[in-house]
Ligand binder design. Structure first.
Ligand SMILES: Cc1ncc(COP(=O)(O)O)c(C=O)c1O
Length: 379
């Protein structure tokens, strides 16, 4: 089946026909399930562990990512925490400075407090990763394109390094979604998503996913999942499934809009830099093209002065000033004081996340309307 079809039809829909021929999965809003007899089960016992509405969603994501198994969590951060719990005190994880600020906060607080160490390098250069590996290193954690400066890391090459050194490669695939990129097919061991973003797609629910490439990882993740219980509720599972059905058309549309907007920004006199992996001059253009089917809808840009940036937030009308990304509505974010506020100042400055740096999540509105909105905001 092609990916557009997989977004609409869950892989097991023939096997688990819904009652009365219902087109969509019922919301099994139940905490527990009665057993047919002692020692018997319908396949479901308790919703912390599994629930039929959630199973349908998890199977769909596994099919889209090419994963062995997927668990759906209540948020993207819950998914990150679950993966972090695979590592023990003393273990080292190599990651990037440029990742979602919430992940940086997780690593630098709960992660390090429990004795795990993190080495941050620019993973776009293979030698940096190789040089960072030490005897305690257990994993490499990347985002590509990264949040928010859109660095592109070669997934296949990093997976090869990981395999050669017995490390796990973990990829946060939120920015491109499974529609455009499938890291497991390129050698990654674990894929994380903030399902809140493109997969759910409507800025109406939080969700997360951990996709495991093999049975061994899946077993460890499932055990922690049932033990800790970061489970996505049946209702939210339904909402995410509903969003998922239009993932392909939404991603095509946001990408089409993003390319037009990136070209508009590139030629605007008050814009000094545009970070969009769909522009051929982007340093990661070729690698991104070789490992994915698209460039997505995330753009970052810098303005000539801090005042231009502040004015833009005030003047914007259709595009909303809000955190988050990946929904049908276009959102503009000020990473320095929002998504990346907890990233140490010196790191932010090194990455260029300053008072002139803005991040735009392009939605599915009419591109001309969005460009007019930006034109007015940058006057
Ligand atoms: C790349 C990335 N990963 C993870 C997260 C965390 O996801 P959530 O907000 O669903 O907890 C975010 C949130 O913005 C993100 O951008």
């Amino acid at each position: 089946m092609n990916i557009e079809t997989l977004c609409v039809h869950s892989p097991n829909e023939d096997k688990i026909a819904h009652a009365y021929g219902a087109m969509t999965v019922p919301i099994f809003q139940t905490a527990t399930f009665s057993h047919p007899g002692v020692g018997e089960s319908t396949g479901y016992d308790y919703s912390r562990q599994s629930n039929p509405t959630r199973t349908e969603l998890e199977e769909s994501i596994s099919a889209l990512e090419g994963a062995y198994d997927t668990v759906a969590t209540s948020t993207g951060m819950a998914a990150c925490l679950l993966v972090l719990e695979l590592f023990n005190s003393g273990d080292n994880i190599i990651s990037q400075e440029d990742i979602y600020g919430g992940s940086t906060r997780l690593f630098n607080t709960l992660g390090t407090e429990r004795g795990r160490t993190f080495t941050y390098v620019d993973t776009t250069k293979k030698e940096n990763v190789l040089n960072a590996i030490n005897k305690n290193t257990k994993a490499i954690f990347i985002e590509t394109p990264s949040n928010p400066t859109m660095l592109v890391t070669d997934i296949k090459e990093t997976a090869k390094i990981a395999k050669e050194h017995g490390l796990l490669l973990i990829v946060d695939n939120t920015f491109l979604s499974p529609y455009f990129q499938n890291p497991i097919k390129l050698g990654a061991d674990i894929v994380i998503h903030s399902g809140t973003k493109y997969i759910a797609g409507h800025n109406d629910t939080l969700a997360g996913f951990v996709c495991s490439a093999n049975a061994d990882i899946a077993e460890k993740i499932r055990f922690m999942y049932k033990t800790v219980g970061p489970s996505l509720s049946p209702f939210d599972s339904f909402l995410v499934l509903r969003g998922l059905k239009t993932l392909a058309v939404r991603m095509d549309r946001v990408q089409e809009n993003a390319l037009k907007i990136a070209n508009f920004l590139k030629n605007h006199k008050k814009i000094t830099n545009v970070y969009y992996v769909g522009l051929p001059e982007h340093p990661g253009y070729d690698i991104n093209k070789s490992q994915s089917r698209g460039f997505g809808g995330m753009i970052a840009f810098t303005t000539d002065t801090a005042k231009t940036a502040l004015d833009a937030f005030e003047k914007i009308e259709i595009i909303k000033y809000a955190e988050s990304l990946g929904g049908v509505e276009s959102l503009i974010t000020f990473p320095m004081i929002q998504t990346h506020a907890d990233v140490p100042v010196e790191v932010r400055e090194r990455l260029g996340i300053t008072d002139k740096f803005l991040r735009l999540s392009v939605g599915i509105e009419n591109a001309d309307d969005l460009i007019k909105d930006l034109e007015r905001a940058l006057e």
